[in-house]
Design a protein around this ligand. Structure first.
Ligand code: 9MR
Length: 449
């Protein structure tokens, strides 16, 4: 046997030894990064990011190579985005969004309302003052990032630990049990295109807490409260509930998407297996959109003593990384059936008027609706437009964005605002409005000029 051939065999058996540490050999067409392998399964693979660390090139190069979704670990929380009441700060959040867009990634928004990381001015409020400040926060932040967020954690960690399955006490909870649904409605009005999620931890199997959340989601769906997804944080120790996948599936069966939102797993002999189990569960549940790990390298983690991530502190791939990659690649490419977008009904076939047309997409619940209207220019550019919508009797417009309305009931005219009056030939723009009662049944009329 030649020296060359001996070397080749040694190299191959070395590779097999590495591969043998995990269950499945990648197939020939396998994705070689987390984002490529997840994409072949119709999923995203994301990470939490500290925006300030993006200037660390080792950090940024792992992110850009491996991940297709980013979430701000802290930079979009209430204390970061509204440090003083009514004064908003979006610099870091905007930077994260730009980085994602420049690298073909989507963004998870985290988190509009949470009992923790509130600015001190909010901690000092209660009752109706807190409720309206909280809803204003949801509206302003979701509106700022409108169109740029794949999924928002609208409410984070509102359920108590322990056996009761009830809500956690907090200043927000003390404003009334309906604070969660009020937040979801406000988020839908401000960004009708984002999936709206409820997000929590210790929900990694069928237990009292996850069942409390399940009951809330079922109630929201039955009453038309706009909820689209549930986030399972999955901060895991050295074991995992045997019914992890079954729990995801029971939520999916309610008609919401599910997402693994903050995955990290304590280092130990089981770490790679637990990562593999979570990945397998997400791939097995067709409404599981994707997985986000809560940081890049062990040294970036909020649990850094436990080395819970996929890359070691030097940025090397760990065994857990290979386990995840192999699970993503197992079984070859496939994609889940597309889940319905948040908007549930569309009326089209617009009536032309002047040089533009308009179509309306409606998201309705009992007693209210959000309408998103797309205004499209004809074969010539449009300089200014008015869209007239007929509301059924008993319905009324309560707010509008990217347009100003004349009237609130019956025939309501929406005029462009300064930045969206000009539309190129065959181009389009969008505006929206929220109302009580039922949305418009008839198609809107668009008048250019
Ligand atoms: O990882 C975040 C850490 O940097 C912050 O100091 C901490 C503050 O509460 O929040 C951590 O992220 C949390 C997330 O926002 C919600 N779920 C639990 C996460 C870990 O605590």
């Amino acid at each position: 046997m030649s020296v060359k051939r001996t070397r080749l065999i040694a190299l191959c058996s070395g590779l097999l030894a590495v591969a043998g540490a995990v269950a499945v050999m990648p197939s020939a067409s396998a994705g070689t990064t987390l984002r490529a392998a997840a994409a072949e399964k119709g999923r995203y693979f994301g990470t939490a990011v500290a925006t300030s660390r993006l200037s660390d090139s080792a950090y940024a190069s792992i992110i850009n190579r491996e991940f297709s979704s980013l979430v701000a670990e802290n930079d979009m929380k209430w204390d970061a985005t509204e440090p003083q009441q009514g004064r908003f700060s979006f610099t870091n959040g905007d930077r994260l969004v730009s980085h994602a867009q420049a690298n073909g990634m989507t963004v998870r928004g985290h988190a509009l309302l949470w009992h923790a990381q509130q600015p001190s001015w909010a901690q000092g409020l209660s009752g109706s003052a807190l409720r309206s400040a909280a809803i204003n926060h949801v509206t302003q932040v979701a509106a700022h990032f409108r169109g740029k967020i794949h999924s928002w954690d609208v409410v984070n960690e509102a359920f108590a630990d322990g056996g009761g399955g009830g809500r956690r006490d907090s200043n927000l909870q003390r404003t009334g049990n309906d604070w969660i649904e009020a937040a979801f409605r406000a988020a839908r009005a401000a960004d009708p295109g984002a999936k709206l999620c409820y997000n929590d931890y210790n929900t990694d199997g069928v237990n009292a807490k996850s069942t409390g959340i399940y009951t809330m989601v079922r109630d929201f769906k039955s009453r038309g409260v706009p909820i689209d997804c549930v986030g399972f944080q999955s901060h895991l120790g050295t074991g995992i509930a045997s019914d992890y996948q079954r729990n995801l599936q029971r939520f999916a069966d309610l008609g919401v998407d599910v997402q693994i939102t903050e995955l990290d797993v304590a280092q130990g002999s089981n770490q790679a297996n637990i990562y593999a189990t979570v990945t397998r569960a997400c791939i097995a549940v067709s409404r599981c959109n994707g997985i986000t790990v809560w940081g890049v390298r062990d040294s970036d983690s909020w649990r850094r003593d436990e080395n819970p991530l996929l890359f070691d502190s030097n940025g090397n791939k760990k065994q857990a990384y290979t386990a995840v990659l192999n699970e993503l690649n197992a079984g070859g490419p496939s994609s889940p059936p597309p889940s319905p977008s948040p908007s549930t009904s569309t009326s089209s076939n617009p009536q032309p008027g002047g040089g533009c047309t308009a179509t309306v997409s409606l998201n309705s619940w009992t007693g209210g609706f959000v309408a998103t209207v797309k205004v499209t220019a004809g074969s010539a550019p449009v300089n200014g437009w008015t869209v007239t919508v007929s509301l059924p009797s008993g319905s009324a417009v309560t707010s509008a964005w990217s347009a100003t309305n004349t009237g609130t009931t019956g025939s309501v005219a929406f005029r462009n605002v300064s930045y969206n009056g000009g539309i190129a030939a065959a181009g389009s723009t969008e505006f929206g409005f929220q109302g009580t009662g039922n949305g418009p049944a008839a198609t809107p009329v668009c008048q250019a000029g």
